[in-house]
Design a protein around this ligand. Structure first.
Ligand code: SS9
Ligand code: ZN
Length: 674
């Protein structure tokens, strides 16, 4: 596979601007696009993309979403005088017109459609369109919030019509609610719209009741509109990841889209004067990565907002670099979601529990309580906020995301003779020959009774590979070994001996797992099996018992998304050791999803161990390690109730230690870091 990433941009879209004084609109400037594109060029990212030209959207395209009357009205704006433009603008909220904006709006929508065409025809795997004006606020017959035509909504309709796409997921990570997108698809179950947005109990623009969590969609579309209101500013990386793990991803995997469209606004990043949030630009690497295994990787990111030019440019680079397949940086300071975010999470999950089987078990929120609680909260907050001293956004400083250093070798394989090395990978054998110290240690610890040359060669190659990964000379690895338990113990012992490293061990299936390192937290071990093991003894040793082991696709997938990922993110390992036993029962597709998702951790440093007999699995695993998208799993059914219960029991026990596992706010006060 390994197809490219499209970049769609045209300088023409910088050629309109606000022509009069309007404090609400002064932040939407041409430089937004210029700095974003310049940063992509400067970082060598633009060059790595496939350049696709823009085009104008046709009237037919625009009419997929907008009314004829509205199109006709906008069509007149290029010929208007300044006074006429001002007056025309008056009828809408927080938007401005310019003689060239109609042209740009057609290019913005057309650029989005060019992106959809490039992805749907397989010219590229994914891509980003840098456009102005943005789109997600514009409605069937109205401009709004700097938006003229709804680029992403048009693209969703277009994809359905032109390519017969059955299900589209729209992820709106802009800090504003894309009410235009919501209105467009409210009663349409073929388009799942997810948006998080600054809300502050309806005090923040566009101040709509229907932006709250209880707007879930209408009629056939009930359940297909997901709003996550942020009721406080200052939301951080943990808050964003928590909502991805506990709402968006479980639902998205259950939905199984054929295409993912992202309303990629970056006003949700730190430094933005509109959002006033505190998520770092590199969080977009993770948000992007987490979506890249849906829809077979067909992802189109389309720029929406983003008004701090520094933060915007950095965030765009993080997104595009991830689309290109480079490993995401280690996520910074994930110390759990704040109380307000957990309140929102709780509300959203409970509002959607009747629509999605992955949320069936979500804690209920008595209907009577919802509205009163909200009012009560709003009042409390108002009181609190009075005395609060706030740092102005301009003062907020954050470090520039570090350059990502791509290892010269992406994926190296330790394979027995006779097993072919898949394309794109390098076969690894330690050139220097096994290190004497290592050999003697291996002999002493693992190969006491045997004089097995092969086993010794494999284990010492494995250690040599591990060292290359530690030195960032190799990104990921895969080894077929005689005995996975032994190899796992060997790797854990070796890695845990390094002074500052943490290893996340994910063991799928029954195997004797090493207890080494779990006492002091140098190793976090999560084992999935159907074996009713002794209960978990330490915060770092977590056996997850699933009724049918790993063979229930839904149960296992939901365990990965809502349990393993948050644990992994909070632990922030420097290495992921992923082990699969021959009896695991896991099918290749799920295994590939797991492998792909885990590469968001440890800068993609994943070492996979599988038993010698599993030759057939080398190809699919290597493909995932190389960054290919995993195949879609199909729409998921309800997980087994026993498995859900087991996971929730574990969550209950562990959430005091692992804050990202939380899905509800603690009952009693205190601990609000927002
Ligand atoms: C300025 C108010 C601006 C409109 C924001 C539209 C953002 C589109 N303080 N309100 S992404
Ligand atoms: Zn916005």
């Amino acid at each position: 596979m390994k197809m490219g990433t499209a970049l769609i941009y045209d300088e023409e879209m910088t050629k309109y601007k606000l022509l009069w004084v309007d404090p609400a609109c002064k932040i939407e400037v041409p430089e937004r696009l210029i700095v974003s594109h310049d940063a992509l060029v400067k970082n060598g990212l633009a060059d790595r993309c496939v350049t696709v030209p823009v085009r104008e959207a046709t009237e037919t395209d625009i009419l997929l979403v907008h009314s004829e009357e509205y199109l006709e009205a906008v069509k007149k704006t290029p010929h208007m005088t300044l006074e006429d433009l001002k007056e025309f603008t008056q009828q809408y909220g927080d938007v401005y017109f310019h003689p060239n904006i109609y042209h740009c709006a057609k290019l913005a929508a057309g650029a989005t459609l060019q992106l959809v065409d490039s992805v749907m025809t397989g010219k590229v795997r994914n891509g980003m369109a840098l456009v102005r004006p943005p789109g997600h606020h514009s409605m069937r017959s109205a401009a709004s919030g700097f938006c003229v035509f709804n680029n992403v909504a048009i693209a969703a309709q277009y994809a359905k019509q032109k390519y017969g796409v059955k299900r589209v997921l729209i992820v709106d990570w802009d800090v504003h609610h894309g009410q235009g997108v919501q209105y467009c698809f409210e009663d349409d179950p073929s388009v799942l719209y997810f948006s998080w947005h600054r809300y502050e109990h309806q005090k923040f623009w566009p101040q709509l009741k229907e932006s709250d969590y209880n707007s879930v969609g209408k009629e056939n579309g009930a359940g297909f509109n997901i709003n996550v209101p942020w009721n406080k500013v200052g939301m951080k990386n943990s808050d964003y990841l928590s909502v991805f793990c506990h709402v968006l991803l479980p639902v998205a995997y259950e939905f199984c889209p054929d295409l993912v469209l992202v309303c990629a606004g970056f006003d949700s990043a730190i430094g933005d004067p509109e959002g006033e949030m505190c998520a770092s630009p590199d969080i977009f690497a993770h948000l992007t990565h987490l979506l890249m295994n849906l829809a077979g990787g067909k992802l189109c990111a389309v720029l929406e907002g983003g008004y701090n030019l520094t933060s915007l440019a950095q965030s765009v680079c993080q997104t595009v670099q991830t689309l290109l397949g480079d490993s995401a940086p280690r996520p910074a300071n994930l110390n759990g979601p704040c109380k307000s975010a957990l309140e929102s999470l709780h509300c959203v999950r409970s509002a959607h529990r009747r629509y999605w089987s992955c949320l069936k078990h979500a804690a209920e929120l008595p209907t009577s309580d919802i509205s009163t609680k909200r009012i009560k909260l709003a009042e409390e907050e108002e009181k609190l906020e009075k005395g609060e001293e706030e740092k102005s956004v301009e003062e907020k400083l954050w470090p520039e995301p570090p350059k990502r250093v791509t290892p010269p070798i992406r994926t190296a394989l330790v394979l027995p003779d006779g097993v072919a090395c898949p394309d794109g990978c390098s076969r690894f054998s330690s050139s220097e020959g096994p290190d004497a110290v290592i050999v003697s240690r291996l002999k002493e610890n693992f190969l006491k009774d045997t004089d097995d040359r092969d086993a010794l060669t494999t284990l010492s190659s494995l250690i040599a590979l591990l060292e290359k990964m530690e030195k960032n000379e190799v990104c990921s690895g895969l080894a077929l070994v005689r005995d996975v338990s032994m190899a796992m113990t060997c790797v854990v012992q070796h890695a845990a001996a390094a002074p500052s490293d943490r290893v996340l061990v994910v063991c799928v299936g029954d195997a004797v797992v090493p207890s080494h390192g779990t006492e002091d937290g140098k190793t976090l071990l999560v084992q999935f099996s159907n074996k009713q093991s002794e209960e978990q003894k330490s915060k770092y040793y977590i056996p997850v018992c699933l009724k049918k082991g790993c063979s229930d696709v839904s149960g296992f997938t939901q365990a990965v998304l809502g349990f393993l990922l948050p644990l992994g993110y909070e632990y922030d390992p420097s290495l992921v050791l992923l082990v699969r036993t021959p009896d695991s029962g896991l099918c290749d597709g799920v295994w590939q999803q797991l492998t792909g998702l885990l590469q968001g951790l440890a800068q993609g440093h994943t070492l996979v161990l599988m038993q010698e007999g599993e030759k057939a699995c080398v190809g699919p695993t290597a493909s995932s390690l190389l960054g290919d998208a995993a195949p879609p799993l199909g729409q998921l059914r309800a997980p087994l109730p026993e498995d859900v219960a087991a996971l929730e029991r574990l969550r209950h026990i562990l959430q005091a230690d692992w804050k990202l596992l939380q899905t509800t706010a603690p009952e009693t006060g205190g601990g609000d870091e927002c």
